[in-house]
Structure formats: structure tokens, C-alpha cells
Design a protein around this ligand. Structure first.
Ligand SMILES: Nc1ncnc2c1ncn2[C@@H]1O[C@H](COP(=O)(O)OP(=O)(O)OP(=O)(O)O)[C@@H](O)[C@H]1O
Ligand SMILES: [Mg+2]
Length: 222
């Protein structure tokens, strides 16, 4: 489902080049649940953005659902991303003047699916947000917002869910319920790549990877 070969990423900041990824190799199969650990600044968010086709500025090869991203035009990459990848960002941003369900509707419409309120209620219900369909995102708690971010990512019917610290701002109990949601999605066949510092996510994931010194290693320290 995801294959990276010799992926390098250089950021230029303050007139200096910094190589954040220095040859990442990895293969994540369909239906796998991979947890990615690594220190702050190790390049985890950078890696997720590359896998999901949000950032084209890299060297090496990235295959997503069988297609080498570097060979695609911008237009085809956008189409592949829309059909394949759902992002749950580290700090989700919503349209706060719109109700929760409409925030999801945009993603559903972009994916070409039904985007009306009745069609989207089951998805909100699946994430325990049925009572909050008409609430504004800034009226939701942190944990509810995190679940809304998952709902938005799922609205596009992705094949891969890329999550960046989904339990980072949650208390133990709320975090556990989100992990259970990820686990259920995986059982239903979803491929998951979850960046995390949370041991419980690693336990839920079948696979555990560690990003350090610009390379991705299997297993490793936590
Ligand atoms: N747009 C950017 N321009 C320049 N440097 C960047 C940019 N984005 C990230 N970096 C640098 O790349 C490195 C990796 O950043 P990244 O956000 O991928 O880390 P991370 O592993 O997700 O960290 P955290 O756990 O704190 O979220 C950092 O040193 C950061 O300063
Ligand atoms: Mg990050």
C-alpha cells in the first residue's frame, strides 16, 4: 500500500540546509496498522506529509496504492490523494463558523460522495458525535475535536489513514476511546500509519517503527 525507497528530504531554513530524512526505506502493506515513534523534530510529520502526497519536494521514491508519486502530475497526485489518503493532522483546523457536519461535508463532497446532513450522521455517530452534528467545532472539547478530525478524514473514504499524534492532547480515557476507534477501523480493513508518543497506540498497532537520525527502523526504543 505504501512503499518508500531511499526517501530524502532537505529543508532550507534560515539560509541553511537541513536533511531531515536521510534515506527512509519502508513498506507498509494493505490492512497494516503501523505506529511511528520518534523524538520531537525527528521528521515524523514530514514523513506523513510525504506519504500522503502533500509535499512533492523530496528525493527517492514513494509509492502510494501502487503509484509512484514522483511520476504523477500535480493534478493526478491531487486526485490520487483524494481517493487514497485521509489525514488527521497534529493540530486539526476547522471552519469554525460552520457546524461540525458541514466541516465533514466538504471532505465528503471533495471525494465525490453524498454530502448532505442525513448521509453524514452515521459517520458522526460512529465517532460518538451524533449529538454534536450542529455544534461549531470551537464548541467541542479537545477530544471531540480530535474525533471530528477523524470523521473528516474518513468522509473521503480513504484507503489509508495517516494520523499525526491523534491522542497527543487527550486524557487517558479519551485517548483510549480514540485508540479503540483506530483499532476498529483497522479490523475493518483500513491501513493506518499513526505517529505517536503513546505506548497504548503501539500496543494497538501490529507494527512499531522508530524514526531517528533521518532513518526509519523496525521496532526499537520507545
Ligand atoms: N516547513 C518547514 N521549513 C523548514 N524546516 C521545517 C519545516 N517543517 C519542519 N521543519 C524541520 O524539520 C524537522 C522535522 O520536523 P517535523 O515537523 O517533521 O518533526 P516531528 O517529528 O513531527 O516533530 P514533533 O514530534 O515535534 O511534531 C524539524 O527540525 C523542523 O524544524
Ligand atoms: Mg510532528
Amino acid at each position: 500500500m505504501i512503499e518508500l525507497v531511499g526517501v530524502r528530504k532537505v529543508y532550507r531554513a534560515g539560509g541553511k540546509d537541513r536533511e531531515v530524512l536521510r534515506g527512509v526505506d519502508a513498506a507498509i502493506g494493505r490492512g497494516e496498522f503501523a505506529a511511528v515513534f520518534g523524538r520531537s523534530g525527528a521528521g515524523k510529520s514530514t514523513l506523513l506529509n510525504l506519504i500522503g502526497g502533500l509535499d512533492r519536494d523530496y528525493q527517492g521514491s514513494i509509492r502510494l496504492d501502487g503509484q509512484a508519486l514522483e511520476t504523477l502530475s500535480d493534478r493526478r497526485l491531487t486526485a490520487l490523494r483524494g481517493a487514497t489518503a485521509g489525514f488527521v493532522f497534529q493540530n486539526p483546523v476547522f471552519l469554525d463558523h460552520l457546524p461540525a457536519w458541514k466541516n465533514i461535508a466538504f471532505a465528503a463532497r471533495f471525494a465525490g460522495g453524498p454530502a448532505d446532513r442525513p448521509s453524514l450522521l452515521p459517520l458522526l455517530a460512529r465517532l460518538g458525535l451524533e449529538e454534536y452534528a450542529d455544534a461549531r467545532p470551537n464548541e467541542l472539547s479537545g477530544g471531540q475535536q480530535q474525533r471530528l478530525a477523524v470523521a473528516r478524514a474518513l468522509a473521503g473514504k480513504p484507503k489509508v489513514l495517516l494520523c499525526d499524534e491523534p491522542t497527543g492532547n487527550l486524557d487517558t480515557e479519551t485517548g483510549s476511546s480514540l485508540i479503540q476507534i483506530l483499532r476498529d477501523l483497522n479490523i475493518a480493513g483500513m491501513t493506518l500509519v499513526v505517529v505517536t508518543h503513546d505506548e497504548r497506540v503501539a500496543e494497538a498497532a501490529g507494527r512499531f517503527m522508530y524514526l531517528s537520525d533521518g532513518r526509519l527502523a523496525e521496532g526499537g526504543a520507545s
